[in-house]
Ligand binder design. Structure first.
Ligand code: TMP
Length: 207
C-alpha cells in the first residue's frame, strides 16, 4: 500500500498553527484522505509526559542538549507508535511541529547549531521526511502580542526572550530557503481567513 501523506506545520510562538491545522485537516478530509493529527513534543501518552516536563515552568532551565534529546525521545515515541503505523496504513498524518522545530529552537534558539540536530534526525527518522512543511511566519513582536492577548501563564518555552525567538525565526526561514521544494512559507501576519486561503492555495498547488 502507498504510504500516506506526511505534512508538518511549523512557526514561532503566536503564529496561528491551531487554525492552520484545522484548515489542512479539512482540506485533506474533503479529498478523501483518512487524517490523523498529532503534535510534538507529544502525540502519545509517554510523549505527552515528556512534553509536560519540557513545557512546565517548574522544570526550570535544562542543558540545551538535554532539551534536544528529550524532544527527540518524544519524537521517537510518536514516530514508532503513531506516525509510522498511520502512514503505513495509508493515512495522512498532520503534525503540529516536527524536526524543523528542533533545528529552529534548539539549533537556532539555544545555539546548538545544525550538526547535532541532523545527527539525531538521521538516527531517529533518516528515511522519513515530511512531504510538505508549512511555515507560518510572523515577526517576533507580533507573535508575542498574540500570546499576551491569549492570556494565561506562559509555558517554559514561551518564557524565552525576544532575541531567542528571533534566532528561532531566522533558523526556520533559513531552513525554508534551503529546502524550497518541501517548505511553503505562509505570511501569518494576515487575518485568519486570508491565511486559510493561502494555505488552501499551497495545498492545491503542491499536493
Ligand atoms: P506548541 O507546539 O504548543 O507551540 O509548544 C511546543 C513548544 O516546544 C514550542 O515552544 C516549541 C518547542 N519545541 C522545541 O523547542 N523543539 C522541538 O523540537 C519541538 C517539537 C517543539
Amino acid at each position: 500500500m502507498k504510504r500516506g501523506l506526511f505534512i508538518t506545520l511549523e512557526g514561532g510562538e503566536g503564529a496561528g498553527k491551531s487554525t492552520a491545522m484545522q484548515v489542512v485537516g479539512d482540506w485533506l478530509s474533503k479529498r478523501g484522505h483518512d487524517v490523523v493529527v498529532t503534535r510534538e513534543p507529544g502525540g502519545t501518552p509517554a510523549a505527552e509526559r515528556i512534553r509536560e516536563l519540557l513545557l512546565d515552568p517548574e522544570t526550570g532551565s535544562l542543558h540545551a542538549l538535554s532539551e534536544l534529546l528529550l524532544m527527540f525521545a518524544a519524537r521517537n515515541e510518536n514516530l514508532a507508535t503513531l506516525i509510522r503505523p498511520a502512514l503505513a496504513r495509508g493515512q495522512a498524518v498532520i503534525s503540529d511541529r516536527f524536526t524543523d522545530a528542533s533545528h529552529a529552537y534548539q539549533g537556532g534558539g539555544r545555539e546548538l547549531g545544525p550538526e547535532v540536530v541532523e545527527a539525531l534526525a538521521e538516527l531517529v527518522h533518516g528515511d522519513l521526511q515530511p512531504d510538505l512543511t508549512l511555515l507560518l511566519d510572523v515577526p517576533v513582536a507580533l507573535g508575542l502580542e498574540r500570546i499576551a492577548a491569549r492570556g494565561g501563564e506562559p509555558d517554559r518555552m514561551e518564557q524565552n526572550r525576544p532575541d531567542f525567538l528571533e534566532r528561532v525565526r531566522q533558523a526556520y526561514l533559513d531552513r525554508a530557503r534551503r529546502e524550497p521544494d518541501r517548505f511553503a512559507v505562509i505570511d501569518a501576519t494576515q487575518p485568519i481567513e486570508r491565511v486559510a486561503d493561502e494555505i488552501r492555495r499551497v495545498l492545491e498547488a503542491r499536493l
